[in-house]
Design a protein around this ligand. Structure first.
Ligand SMILES: C[S@@+](CC[C@H](N)C(=O)[O-])C[C@H]1O[C@@H](n2cnc3c(N)ncnc32)[C@H](O)[C@@H]1O
Length: 249
């Protein structure tokens, strides 16, 4: 699994205003209820936004370092609780109304793990509850993206300064996107580290099948502009509803 430990202290390396995206998650959550799981949350920035809006949010991440940094940044927000854990083996104290996985993080999981994760979400969601995933539907052609440098669009006021080099290639046979990053930390201390990300992409129908086998039925698809779409090649967000308890499948 891709290791995010080293990123935790610098996760908020760009203070770009993501509220338009967070409003979208909030609008989906509002259809289902107040109790929300922000899965694979990193430091839980979007979860903090939703908690601020009045949702009761559990922000879950595998890395203790991410959870510690999330608590440092947003721990004072009422209705936001952090949980370190593995989405493939999740046991919440009570069932949630809605879960979302942002940033195409579902693609950090291979197919066996996607099924495990969605089944765990099923067990921790009320019947009639929602699930939304940000996805990248597998393109049919291979491609590569040359080296690019990314500076923060809005540099943080916290004294952190990070820039990144990134190149990637996508293999249409394996449907794997390989991203090779070098993270340059200039402040508060100088350090450089590599970061390799492997995203396993899926066809639209594969994604829907994973969800169906995990007790979720397709509700709606949205484009990157968050507009409903029926064009599979445009799909960036998929919304599902829990129809069955996993034990009944
Ligand atoms: C790209 S980051 C998340 C970004 C986040 N969605 C955001 O909007 O800032 C991916 C995160 O997924 C977490 N992760 C990976 N596998 C996981 C798993 N099986 N269970 C829980 N968290 C996981 C990693 O620790 C990492 O923090």
């Amino acid at each position: 699994m891709t290791d995010y430990k080293q990123h935790a202290k610098y996760w908020r390396w760009d203070e770009f205003d993501n509220s338009e995206e967070y409003e979208f998650w909030a609008s989906l959550a509002a259809k289902y209820g107040k109790n929300v799981l922000n899965a694979m949350c990193a430091v839980g920035e979007s979860g903090a936004y939703l908690a601020h809006k009045g949702f009761r949010v559990t922000a879950l991440d595998f890395e203790t370092e991410m959870i510690a940094e999330g608590k440092r940044l947003y721990g004072a927000i009422p209705n936001l609780s952090y949980m370190q854990g593995d989405l493939r083996d999740l046991k919440l104290d009570s069932k949630v109304d809605f879960t979302y996985i942002a940033s195409m993080d579902i693609h950090l999981l291979d197919s066996g793990d996607v099924t495990k994760a969605l089944r765990c979400i099923n067990r921790n969601t009320k019947v009639g509850g929602g699930l939304a995933l940000e996805v990248w539907i597998a393109p049919h052609e291979s491609f590569s993206s040359p080296q690019r440098i990314f500076h923060p669009r809005v540099p943080p006021t916290s004294g952190v300064y990070v820039w990144k080099e990134s190149k990637s290639e996508y293999d249409a046979i394996t449907k794997v996107q390989s991203i090779h990053q070098i993270v340059h930390v200039e402040a508060p201390e100088k350090t450089v580290f590599p970061h390799e990300v492997r995203l396993q992409l899926y066809d639209f129908n594969e994604m829907i099948d994973f969800a169906r086998e995990s007790g979720f039925a397709l509700c709606r698809c949205y484009s990157s502009e968050k507009v409903e779409t029926a064009d599979e090649s445009q799909v960036t967000y998929v919304e599902f509803v829990k129809t069955l308890d996993i034990e009944d499948i």
